[in-house]
Design a protein around this ligand. Sequence first.
Ligand SMILES: CC(C)(COP(=O)(O)OP(=O)(O)OC[C@H]1O[C@@H](n2cnc3c(N)ncnc32)[C@H](O)[C@@H]1OP(=O)(O)O)[C@@H](O)C(=O)NCCC(=O)NCCS
Length: 173
Amino acid sequence: MSGARTLRLSRKVRRKCPESEPPLEIMPFKVRPYRSSDSEAVSQICRQSPEAAQWPKESYEQAHSSGQIVLIAVLDAQVCGFLIARVSGGEAEILNTAIDPAHRRKGVGSLLLTTAISEAQVHNAKSIYLEVRESNRAAISFYSRHGFVKTAERRGYYSTPTENAVVMKKLTA
Ligand SMILES: CC(C)(COP(=O)(O)OP(=O)(O)OC[C@H]1O[C@@H](n2cnc3c(N)ncnc32)[C@H](O)[C@@H]1OP(=O)(O)O)[C@@H](O)C(=O)NCCC(=O)NCCS
C-alpha cells in the first residue's frame, strides 16, 4: 500500500453531523497498513462488534505477518476500524471487518473496503467475496451498496447461534 488514504466526505454524510460535534469535513479519517501496536485497539473494536468474527488478539499480528491485507482506519491517530482480507488463486476474501460503533455511517467502512479492493487488484484478484450472517442486514446493505451480489447460501455455516451464511461477491477485474 503506497500511503494513507484520506476520506473525502460527501455532502450527505456532512449533513448527518450534529451541530454539537466538530464538523465531519474536518475529521480526516485515513487508512494505513496494520502495525503491531494496533492489536489491542482492533480487539476492542471487535469486542464492541458482536457481528464481526471474534478472533484472539494475536490473530491480527499473524494475519499481517502471513502477508494478508490488514488495513487500519484512524482518526487523529486513534484506531476506529479495521479490515482483513486475503488473496489466493486470483480471488480475494474479506475475512473480518468492523468499525468503532461511534464512527459508523461516516464512510469509514467504505474507505477500508475500497482500499482493500485496490490492494486485492494489485495482487491480481479478479473477484472478491465474503460470508456474512443472513441476519446481519447492516453488513448486507453495506456490501450491496458497494456492488456485491449474493451468489450462494451456506446452510448452518455459523455456530452460537447456528445461522446460514450469505456469500456475496464482486468482480474486480
Ligand atoms: C458493516 C460496517 C462495517 C459498515 O461500516 P460503516 O463505516 O458504518 O459503513 P459506511 O458509513 O461506509 O456505509 C456505506 C453505506 O453502506 C450502507 N450501510 C452501512 N451501514 C448500514 C446500516 N446499519 N443499515 C443500512 N445500510 C447501511 C449504507 O448504504 C451506507 O451509505 P449511507 O450512510 O450514505 O446510507 C459496520 O456497520 C460494522 O462495523 N458492523 C459490525 C461488524 C460487521 O457486521 N462486520 C461485517 C461482518 S461480514
